[in-house]
Each structure stands twice: as C-alpha cells, then as structure tokens.
Design a binder for this molecule. Structure first.
Ligand SMILES: [Zn+2]
Length: 307
C-alpha cells in the first residue's frame, strides 16, 4: 500500500486540559494563572515523553510532535530532545487555550489575537528546535474555518485538527465531504475546497455501515482499545494518507493531581495498558506495507482530491 501513516504526538501536561486551564469551565483561567498559584510538582510530562521517544526509535518511526509552546519555558531541554531525535516540531498553541467555545462553537478570540499568539508560539518553537515550524493542531481539536484562514495568512502549510465521526463534531461547521485523507479546505470553512496554500490532514475513522467511529487515537485509544484503532487506521489508509495521535501523558504511570471537573474519569485508563496498545499498533502497522511519514513531507494526492 502506498499511502502513509503520520504518527503524531501532542506534547502537553495534565494541567493543559480544558477542565484545569484555558476554557470557559476551567479551574484556572490560563496556564499563567496556574503557575502563579500552583505550588506543588507540575511536571508529569518529561518522563513519559522520553519513553515515547525510545519506543519510536525501537520502531524506527520519525513522527510529528505538536508542542504547546509554553513547555519551552517550564521543561528545559524537552523540545530539544525531541528535535535531536529527528522528529518534526509543529505547533499546538501558545498555552493550549480553546480558540472556539466548546458549546457554542463561537470564536473565543479575534483572528488578530489568534494570529499574534500563534506567531509567538511558532517563534518560540523555531528558536528552541532550530526547525522551521509549518504545522498546527488546534488545542482540544476545537477548530474553525476562520482559524485555517489565519494560519494560511501567517504562513502555515498545514493543519491537523479535523475529526470526522458520528459521535461528536468539535468544529464550527458541518464536514459533509471530508474523509480521512488530506484535502484543501474551503475558505472560512472546513469543508473540501479547491487548491490553496494550506492543507488539512483529518483524522482516521472506522466506517461501520455509515456509522463513523473515531479511531485516530488520543482518548479513543484509551477507551476503545487497540483493535478498533487498528481496524480504523487500516481502513482509512485504504482511502489515503491518514493520522494517528496520542499524548505522552497517556502513557504516564503516575497518578495526576486530582483537580478540575471530570478528571478522575478522563484519566481512568492510561499508563502501562496504553503503552502496550501503542506498541501493538506500531508493530501491526510495521508488518503491513505502510510507510510512516512526518506530516510536513506529505502533499495532496490531486487524483484523489479533485474528483
Ligand atoms: Zn492538546
């Protein structure tokens, strides 16, 4: 099979999730407020990230790491260690703040503010990694068409935040024509459009008689398990290039501080069991004739996209 799978890793810590920081219902308004008030240990990210880097080395995979830029300040050497191991550094926001409201899907900041923050995040990531940063993933996958217009305007080449499925839609529009392979998004929308400077890499799903189960990883790897993920990845790879993602903190062996609504439930399954699932998926994919690709190396298959 000539299509390729991009292994993507979202580098964020336990307090970056919306119940703790950066949303309308979080304990702390933002990460700055968290650090002003938090007096206990905060770093649960460095150890599992190192383990993830070792696993990727074992399988000879070069991945794309979507990094929250403020980790540059609080985890000295972490981003450098990812970059040194030949992985791509991409942007996962300045502070992992939601850009659209999870309930109303309305923008939570202006385009100008989003562009200013994203330029700042990119500058930090480029300076520390020595790489050119061209990719973006919206924190919490809350993405709007206006955000892609902004990303294109400030020079990003791709985004990877769109998750088509039958359970939820975290975007600000319908996704009728969108599948699991890269496409050009329509201006001010996330539907399929015609050629432009920015590409969207949507996530994998498993189509079961028209019902689409999200199988791109993340929380679904924890809740649905490896077999369903693998089925969805293999099916999506028949359609074109696709995406798998997870977080280093998903494989953390430690118990996180229990603050914020819904947290114990959200982290009910993690650690060793998730690490085994991740390794299983890499092992099974390696057995197939499928290549792994960093996202910046991918382009649109015009034959597929311009039907
Ligand atoms: Zn995230």
């Amino acid at each position: 099979m000539e299509n390729s799978l991009s292994i993507t890793v979202d580098v964020e810590d336990w307090y970056h999730i919306p119940s703790v920081c950066g949303s309308t219902f979080s304990v702390y308004k933002d990460v700055d407020e968290f650090f002003e008030n938090w007096t206990e240990r905060y770093d649960y990210l460095t150890e599992p990230t190192k383990r993830v880097l070792d696993i990727l080395d074992d399988f000879n995979v070069s991945a794309t790491f979507f990094v929250v830029a403020d980790t540059a300040e609080h985890y000295p050497g972490l981003i450098e260690s990812i970059s040194e191991r030949s992985h791509e550094i991409a942007c996962h926001g300045l502070h992992h703040t939601c850009k659209i409201d999870p309930k109303t899907k309305q923008p939570m900041m202006s385009s100008e503010e989003f562009e200013k923050r994203t330029i700042e995040a990119r500058k930090t990531l480029e300076k520390i990694s020595g790489q050119k940063v061209t990719g973006y993933r919206a924190p919490n996958a809350l993405v709007g068409g206006w955000m892609l217009d902004s990303l294109e305007k400030i020079g990003f080449k791709y985004d990877s935040s769109v998750c088509v499925n039958s359970l939820y839609n975290k975007t600000d529009c319908s996704l009728k024509g969108v599948s699991t392979y890269p496409y050009y998004p329509l201006e001010s929308s996330l539907e399929m459009g015609t050629k432009r400077e920015i590409i969207e890499h949507p996530w994998a799903y498993y189509d079961l008689a028209g019902f689409r189960i999200p199988t791109s990883g993340g929380p679904m790897l924890r809740f649905l398990g490896a077999h369903m993920m693998l089925k969805g990845l293999k099916q999506s790879l028949k359609r074109g290039d696709t995406v798998f993602y997870f977080h280093p903190i998903d494989v953390s062996y430690e118990k996180f501080p229990q603050i914020g609504r819904g947290r114990p439930m959200y982290w009910a399954i993690k650690g060793n069991v998730v690490e085994k699932r991740f390794k299983y998926i890499l092992k099974e994919i390696t057995k197939e004739d499928i290549s792994f690709s960093r996202m910046s190396g991918l382009s649109i298959n015009e034959e597929v996209d311009c039907r």
